[in-house]
Design a protein. Structure first.
Length: 148
């Protein structure tokens, strides 16, 4: 880490690939977007030509401010978007559901979890049970991921 490195530059131009109709992305169900963690969103409305024109749409406050006792307290999660809801967890393991268009809170859950150190929620997990003949409705569960 104390060695000087040259700047690495691309050798070729990367073209923006248009998103095919019907393959637009609607949800962000996993930490890295897919189970492969590729962190790519199939969206083409934001590109190199207009990214500098982005503006803040809304801001939400969870009410939790991490207070470290010297053993770590941080906000480290990646929110999940499922349909019109954004799910986020706080350093003190509260889960909030926010409306994706307005940022308004739909509901919150307080697990009342405590730990002597490393106060942080590292993320949420999402599971959707598939449709079956015996279960015509879709059920889903969020699980809280806490660092230990």
């Amino acid at each position: 880490m104390f060695k000087t490195w040259n700047v690495i530059s691309p050798t070729e131009s990367i073209t923006v690939k248009p998103v095919q109709p019907g393959s637009e992305q609607h949800d962000w169900k996993h930490w890295g977007n897919t189970t492969h963690g590729d962190r790519f969103a199939a969206l083409d409305q934001i590109n190199k030509q207009n990214v500098d024109k982005l503006q803040v749409a809304w801001i939400a406050h969870t009410g939790d401010i991490p207070q470290s006792n010297g053993s770590g307290a941080e906000d480290q999660n990646t929110p999940l978007q499922i349909g019109d809801t954004l799910y986020v967890c706080t350093p003190y393991s509260k889960v909030l559901a926010l409306d994706v268009d307005s940022g308004k809170e739909k509901w919150r859950y307080d697990a009342k979890a405590t730990a002597p150190n490393w106060q942080r929620c590292r993320g949420l997990g999402y599971y959707e049970e598939p449709h079956t003949a015996a279960s015509p409705t879709v059920q889903w569960r969020l699980s809280l991921g806490m660092a230990r």
